[in-house]
Design a protein around this ligand. Structure first.
Ligand code: FAD
Ligand code: FES
Ligand code: FES
Length: 476
């Protein structure tokens, strides 16, 4: 069976593609060398291509992603625009002109990636003149021009004309995911589009490697030469998608890209609103999923502490049906979860009412686009008299798994949350975890952060440092 997709308005068909081959290499090997390889791990954005996808608003849009982290067969049935497809009729596209006019390029290595990200921003539904989203180029790095001219190019973007062919394309639906099953060089690639087919594949291949957005797995493929006998791509499975909001609960499909969750839940869960800007870059969030962030069970993943603080539930599916477990019981050890062979995470559920106060702190070497040294996610439900009815103090980076400081949580109940009560729970926080040293931070530093972040919360709450605290954006 061959891989088929649309690229720059033309149909592409390929057979015998190594299932481990990243899209970036596939494109470059076929002469589309405008798409560059800088890091092969999602850090630089030089490899950005845009996919045509339906957004949470139900409308078709261009979504930039890192082609270095997408396995080629995972684009089967999709539609893509690479930098070569941005301009038409030998004239520069308006975003390319903006880069030229504002001096946004020197050596030019990063430029194709910026152009693709600007291209997606240019066609953003509802964008007004002078209105720009700095995060739209947040995953693109430039080492020589400096960001001011590139930002100027972004700010200067005009609105697309009525006869713009790329704009016209967005009036039609985005392609639906298509199933794919083939073998090349002894490696099987399966891309089911429903759960029933997924489970029969898993029955036949219980040790298959699941790949969702691929932003963890393909880094391993590119840099650690990870190879699998059977790869099962989850990105086409309909039942893993969607975000449902009811009076009682919020259910998020494990295969929903983080950027789509960010958009669909904007303003509804303050803790998540604070988390997303600190989670990698928009380019990564356009492809990465919650299933992948929880499924990799990294002790420094950012969504686990946030979801632990929200008392989230993991919805686990297998061919035998579904079971739910509190996320608190999902992680069983370093990079281990409760998932048995044949099971996967189908969704994450957050029950309402949401806690009164919610706060996410990420301690990292850089504010943006960096991995956590320690993350703290805190949620307090207050009783009518202002005392704590329920407390959740959840952390990443201080134990083998994301974890809660349960003794300290219990000790806060019935008290006012202030500097005094934090002093009282200090010994409990100090005993809660035995972190390890690594290159991101010493054990002593991490231990200090466990208490220090709770003190920071108390300070911010009691000093009025942040007005409308529970709705504040970002942190640090
Ligand atoms: C440049 C860069 C920056 C990053 N920054 C951050 C950051 O700031 N914070 C952070 O937390 N992470 C970060 N990450 C890590 C990564 O992006 C996240 O962990 C992401 O959520 C993984 O999702 P994915 O869909 O891409 O996972 P994949 O790579 O597809 O899968 C990851 C793991 O989860 C398993 N898996 C996937 N879906 C399921 C499922 N439904 N059920 C069970 N198992 C499943 C896979 O088998 C695999 O073992 C970064 C990565 C990169 C490359
Ligand atoms: S090559 Fe750097 S993000 Fe893909
Ligand atoms: S122009 Fe040289 S890296 Fe950006």
């Amino acid at each position: 069976m061959s891989i088929r997709f649309r690229l720059n308005g033309r149909d592409v068909e390929a057979t015998s593609v190594d299932p481990h081959e990243p899209l970036l290499h596939f494109l470059r090997a076929r002469g589309l060398t405008g798409t560059k390889e800088g890091c092969a791990e999602g850090e630089c954005g030089a490899c950005a291509v845009a996919i045509v996808r339906t957004g949470p608003d139900g409308k078709t849009r261009y979504v930039p992603i890192n082609s270095c982290l997408v396995l080629t067969p995972a684009v089967h049935g999709l539609e893509l625009v690479s930098v070569e497809g941005v301009a038409s009729d030998d004239a520069l596209h308006p975003v390319q002109l903006a880069m030229v006019e504002h001096g946004g390029s020197q050596c030019g290595f990063c430029t194709p990636g910026f152009v693709v990200s600007l291209f997606a921003e240019y066609y953003r539904e509802g964008r007004q003149l002078g209105d720009y989203d700095p995060e739209s180029i947040g995953g693109n790095l430039c080492r020589c021009t400096g960001y001011r001219p590139i930002r100027d190019a972004l700010v200067s973007l005009r609105l697309p004309s009525d006869d713009d062919p790329h704009r016209a394309r967005l009036r039609a639906e985005a392609p639906k995911p298509a199933a794919l099953s083939y073998e090349a060089d002894g490696v099987r690639f399966e891309r089911p589009i429903d759960l029933a087919s997924l489970f029969s594949i898993l029955e036949a291949h219980p040790n298959a490697k699941l790949v969702s957005g691929g932003t963890d797995v393909v880094v391993e493929v590119n840099h650690r030469d990870a190879r699998f006998d059977v790869i099962v791509a989850l990105d086409g499975v309909a039942e893993l998608r969607g975000i449902e909001l009811t009076e009682q609960t919020i259910a998020i499909g494990a295969g929903e890209p983080l950027a789509a969750i960010e958009e669909a839940l904007h303003g509804k869960v303050p803790l998540l609103d604070q988390l997303w800007p600190l989670f990698s870059s928009r380019l990564i969030r356009n492809r990465a999923t919650l299933g992948g962030n929880l499924g990799n069970a990294s002790p420094i993943g950012d969504s686990p502490p946030a979801l632990l603080a929200l008392d989230a539930t993991a919805v686990i599916a297998s061919k035998h049906g579904e079971r739910t477990v509190p996320l608190d019981g999902f992680f069983t050890g370093y990079r281990k979860t409760i998932l048995a062979p044949g099971e996967l995470l189908r969704a994450v559920r957050i029950d309402k009412p949401l806690p009164t106060i919610q706060r996410f702190y990420k301690v990292s070497k850089r504010v943006m686009d960096d991995i956590s040294t320690v993350a703290g996610a805190f949620a307090l439900t207050l009783a009518p008299d202002g005392t704590v009815a329920k407390a959740r103090l959840a952390y990443g980076g201080v134990a083998a798994t994301p974890a809660r400081a349960k003794d300290a949580e219990a000790a806060l109940v019935g008290k006012r949350f202030d500097a005094q009560s934090v002093r009282t729970i200090r010994p409990l926080l100090e005993r809660a975890f035995t972190p390890m040293d690594d290159h991101r931070g010493s054990a002593a530093y991490r231990k200090a952060m466990v208490t220090s972040l709770v003190e920071k919360l108390a300070f911010e709450l009691t000093s009025g440092a942040i007005e409308g605290f529970e709705h504040a954006e970002g942190t640090r």
